[in-house]
Design a protein around this ligand. Sequence first.
Ligand code: ADP
Ligand code: MG
Length: 702
Amino acid sequence: MANKTALPVEQKTLDQIAVTALKGVGAQLAGKLARIGIYSLQDLLFHLPLRYMDRTRVMPIGALQPNLNVVIEGEVRACDVVMGRRRSLVCRLQDDTGTLSLRFYHFSNAQKQRLTAGTRLRVFGETRRGSAGLEIYHPEYDLLDDAKPLPLQQTLTPVYPATEGLTQPRLRSLAAQALTWLDHHAFKELLPEAVRRQRQQLSLAEAVRYLHQPPQNADLEQLLEGEHPFQARLAFEELLAHHLSLLLLRRQAQADGAVPLKVNPRIKKQFLHHLGFTLTAAQQRVDDEIAADMAKSLPMLRLVQGDVGSGKTVVAALAALAAVSAGKQAAIMAPTEILAEQHRQNFGRWLEPLGIQLGWLTGRLKVSERRLQAAAISSGEAQVIVGTHALFQEQVEFANLGLIIIDEQHRFGVHQRLSLREKGAQGEARPHQLIMTATPIPRTLAMSAYADLDCSVIDELPPGRTPVTTVVISDQRREEVVERVRLACEQGRQAYWVCTLIEESETLAAQAAEASAAMLAEALPHLRVGLIHGRLKPAEKEAVMDAFKTGEIQLLVATTVIEVGVDVANASLMIIENPERLGLAQLHQLRGRVGRGAAASHCVLLYGSPLSQQGRERLRIMRESNDGFVIAEQDLQLRGAGEVLGTRQTGDMQFKIADLQRDAYLLDEVKACAQQLLGQYPELCHEIIQRWLGSNQLYLHV
Ligand code: ADP
Ligand code: MG
């Protein structure tokens, strides 16, 4: 028994009682449980069933269909070892209505001996269609004895998430035992009475009891969908825990304060004057929101969402201008070298004429060059610094960093976001942070996954763009598509040909792109075909991109390295091979490379046939919508939250019970409740987080 705390066991709450308090749980079993994160009775009771089986009624064999989970009772007629492709023990079972076979591939001699003709059995298992009628593989069974009647289950039978070395019967009996402790020991109720009453919250104990052992008449479908009120009760608390952890993160990030940064109106006017275009209303609005944040002595934590091509870069440059106006440095970090290079060019074009010094730092700089840049950054001579992750390596020291801009944040996780925050720390003050993403985040996801950030949306494209027309074509019509490329290029346009792969292997992708480039060069001998992929050296990549920008290359064959941000206005045709392999958000990003100029642009989704039902559905969405938010919502519905947020984020956002999409309707209440708790019951917040997030707590990593 874990009596580490001084409390007598009667007064302990379930989180304070170790699983070893249960009968039959020794060190070995406790070890197995620990491997799936179960230490206390609370953990065990929160290990909820995935689904349920109905073992409350015995079914007549004659009425069975395949693929049902059933209870049957009957008499063994025969039991033989059968030599098929694999040796098995087959037992014929009969009741008044019919017969059925039980089949065991693993069996002992003793088992065979017990299953003699005439023995009566109660059997649990899933029916399947066998060569000679219905069969059940490896059923669970009990021997029936008229002298000792065996009661049927009174409740639905839970099926738990499977783990090695822990069988279902074992987990069931452990859970059943743990449930009896609920009579004398409470969960620590973490939602204060007042909050619960106000929100009509059911009790935790009731919820857990019900979900482990639902009554016979429970709505099974509702339970399987995760929509039962008791499930919602738990999901609510779990969402609350995640939300609170992000809010605390935000509170912590803002505890230190920041230096207010205001743009010099004269410099801003000059900047806008030389820009060559006017800001859209959406850009102006977002610029105002950012300016208001930066004028405060709290660090800004703002996410700007804007579809590809909506003009986020200029908004970022304006923010940098405010930092420079106030004598501070601004750093902008891009996820790839190509994008960093593009920012360097834009920022250089816009800021250098105003007398602002640009710094430049990527992982690929030569040692001597890097030393020069690092010196300029640490002396403060470099005022706006553009780069990749390299900007935030330990060796790099900023003289007085006032603003951090992260472009295309979906590639950076919460943790990276946090570590950057520390980078510019100067005494008590922290830099302002601006995060820009071209992956629109559905509202429900943004509310939960980015609760620590304020959101701005650039929901308008600059004028003069013609929307991209998307067509979906089978790769059996590849020749027509190649012909189309030829026509476009002969008319002075440029085109992308994007190769995708199932595996995220840049080497294989490079090979595929090389093969496609060779094929296209042969089919289109008069065109200048270029090739870019992740295996090229940075200088080679830059050379290819430059050649494409200047029009020297007409057709650029690429892997998805061109996904984000690259801007070539004359490119008006994009072919994407095997688009069914990519997520919708990624396809939308790719497609955003075209349609940047005034010419009508086209995107051809050249799919490998046959397409799955879902594949067809997804390409239809791409064809019908050009709106990143619409696409993101649909993607969320088709694929679920984990996929939409991308692998990096899923680690941050793993739920035991809640499902962001299914439980989205809870989020408004979760938010309100979180605010209330933070304000009135701060001490409970940490406990709620601890219960649900345990060691995954984000704010611990700061
Ligand atoms: P993204 O939001 O994808 O980062 P960019 O900032 O790269 O978009 O902008 C795409 C293109 O649109 C760039 O060439 C940029 O100079 C141009 N642009 C941005 N804002 C405007 C505007 N208000 N009017 C016209 N062109 C604009
Ligand atoms: Mg961009």
